[in-house]
Design a protein around this ligand. Structure first.
Ligand SMILES: Cc1cc2nc3c(=O)[nH]c(=O)nc-3n(C[C@H](O)[C@H](O)[C@H](O)COP(=O)(O)O)c2cc1C
Length: 373
């Protein structure tokens, strides 16, 4: 048997045990399973003992678990789950809902699996599977069986053969309405950004930057957000690059974030201004030496003969600046994007998403409007 604990974004193996008697199992659950635990029971559900011939399921029900008939009505609720491995089914029991876990994926660090005895690894993986079910529900799992026989939960996999048109997610974010909004969109952004960081999203600061050439042709690419001030977003790049040239001709730009684990998107439009050279210098010198050399070696967006050209140039620069600080290249630096609109998009069920947009009015006030999804 295995109990996994949930700390907000990762599952941890909390307790492992080899128990046969129903009484022992029930007691162990009392001790091992806090309100946030996911428990795998590596034994049949109906364990008859001399003292108490009731089924373990009934025993668990007495201890506050509810049978899995309610599993469709999961909503945003919290589940305590037992997994019966021997019977190869998963039983779910609903406990009181909590709202603190929205948008987070159950992750089980591989390092925790090392050192677990082989005969208990199954129980851990089974509990993990239950967590997968608990988080994704039917949207991402095939569920076989019923509440009488129990359930087999099989996580769906999207194979390369599956049709592109069939790739779709159900977004199950919590309601996001006007009452949740800060009057200042930058503070609202900071809030969502910090939630994206807490959710351990990989590179939450990666954003799509769209620019447009003078003739109206748009182009987009990913850049990294490096700072947020009270009224602007900062990123760094090469001023001679395609984006740099486009921004010189047309300072209007757009930024887009997508944080899939939270089912959220943020869209920003505005105008850019270059950071001062002193600011760019300060940031440039925080970059690793290799990245500093790279900024000198690469005339970003220009055509080069081959990779060797780039590597030889970097080697030369490496030798030139050996033991010395690397100066800021003249065509490298930052931009601040000053927003005139920011839209917060929260994915919801059935594509009825929440979209709330701030528009800057004359005088600098922000007007908030809801848009149809
Ligand atoms: C995750 C990620 C982060 C990136 N961050 C930056 C960045 O901060 N600055 C930058 O100039 N390019 C960054 N790039 C590279 C750009 O996407 C792009 O290739 C490059 O800036 C040239 O774009 P351009 O030719 O349109 O100017 C990043 C790419 C990725 C995938």
């Amino acid at each position: 048997m295995a109990a996994l604990d949930w700390d907000g974004w990762t599952l941890h193996v909390a307790k492992l045990a080899r128990l046969r008697e129903q009484e022992d199992i029930a007691q162990w659950i009392d001790v091992a399973a806090g309100p946030d635990a996911i428990v795998a029971i590596n034994a049949s559900f109906t364990v008859h003992t001399s003292t108490r011939p009731a089924s373990l399921a009934a025993e668990l029900r007495n201890r506050g678990f509810r049978r899995g008939e309610k599993m469709e009505a999961k909503g945003g609720g919290r589940h305590r789950i037992e997994v019966s491995l021997a019977a190869a089914f998963v039983q779910l029991f609903q406990v009181k809902p909590t709202r603190s876990l929205r948008g987070l994926l159950p992750r089980l660090p591989v390092s925790e699996l090392r050192g677990i005895p082989a005969d208990q690894l199954d129980a851990v993986l089974c509990a993990y599977l239950a967590a997968h079910w608990w988080f994704w529900g039917r949207a991402r799992n095939d569920v076989l069986g019923d509440s009488k026989t129990g359930y087999i939960v099989v996580p769906q996999r999207h194979t390369p053969e599956s049709k592109l048109a069939d790739l779709r997610e159900e977004y199950k974010g919590e309601p996001f309405d006007e009452s949740h909004l800060d009057a200042d969109p930058m503070l609202q952004f900071q809030k969502w950004f910090s939630e994206a960081r807490t959710a351990a999203i990989h590179e939450p600061n990666a954003m799509t930057l769209a620019t447009a050439a003078k003739d109206g042709q748009p182009s987009a690419r990913i850049v990294l957000l490096k700072d947020v001030k009270e009224n602007n977003f900062v990123f760094y790049t090469n001023y001679g690059s395609r984006k740099g040239r486009e921004l010189a001709a047309n300072p209007r730009a757009a930024l887009v974030y997508y944080w899939p684990e939270l089912g959220r998107q943020v869209r920003i439009t505005g105008r850019v201004k270059k950071t001062t050279r002193a600011e760019s210098e300060r940031y440039f010198h925080t970059r690793p030496r290799g990245a500093q050399l790279g900024a000198w070696a690469s005339r970003q967006s220009s055509i080069i003969a081959d990779r060797g050209t780039l590597e030889r140039r970097t080697q030369k620069l490496d030798a030139k600046y050996a033991g010395k600080p690397i100066p800021l290249p003249p065509d490298w630096g930052g931009y601040r994007l000053y927003p005139d609109s920011i839209e917060f998009w929260q994915g919801r069920l059935n594509r009825l998403h929440d979209r709330l947009r701030y528009m800057k009015e004359r005088g600098g006030r922000w007007k908030i409007e809801r848009l149809a999804p």
